[in-house]
Design a protein around this ligand. Structure first.
Ligand code: NI
Length: 184
């Protein structure tokens, strides 16, 4: 089922989400619905607060572009991107590489705004799975960026919070208009 994606200004987007304590059928269904919702919206990632659930779960699918990363290790072994997509995870832990890079981001909850965000270019993430397993992923490129963007959502952080001062200023008016359009 395609769910409604809440928009900028909705208070749930600013919540620090709580851990998923138990994987119930409801959680599994929500994960499926989130994948369907992400695809329907042509997004590469979606976090639970974006469908108004304040829990630490997100989905990612960057398989449209196998070239969007330069490496991927899953549990210490080289792996194909397609083998872990779509990616669903709960209660993630993430470590950041030292080098940073800028790239354009957008968000399904912030319509019509794209801007460059500077972030660590590689990450190492521990991603508990719904079946009780854990994927340990090391990667860069779009997957590293999407993991950081979605995990930010679970902490109530949006990509527009991470813009440099000039970019913040340039989207300020658009964000204000979004708040008004979205009824906040
Ligand atoms: Ni987003």
């Amino acid at each position: 089922m395609v769910l409604e994606i809440v928009q900028y200004g909705h208070p749930v987007l600013r919540k620090k989400c709580r851990p998923v304590e138990e994987v119930t059928d409801k959680i599994r269904q929500l994960a499926e619905d989130m994948i369907e919702t992400m695809r329907d919206a042509h997004g590469v990632g979606l976090a639970a607060p974006q469908v108004a659930r304040d829990i630490r779960m997100a989905v990612i699918d960057v398989s449209h572009d196998p070239e969007c990363i330069s490496f991927l290790k899953v549990n210490g072994e080289d792996a194909e991107l397609a083998s872990i997509m779509p990616l669903v995870f709960i209660n993630p832990e993430i470590d950041f590489g030292k080098a940073k890079e800028s790239d354009t981001e957008g968000c399904l909850s912030i319509q019509g705004i794209n801007a460059d965000v500077r972030r660590p270019e590689s990450v190492k993430a521990k991603l508990p799975q719904l079946d009780g397993g854990v994927l340990e992923i090391e990667t860069d490129g779009l997957l590293a960026r999407a993991l950081q963007h979605e995990i930010d959502h679970l902490n109530g952080v949006l990509f527009v919070d991470r813009l440099n001062a000039a970019a913040k200023l340039s989207v300020k008016r658009k964000l204000k208009r979004l708040l008004e359009e979205n009824g906040y």
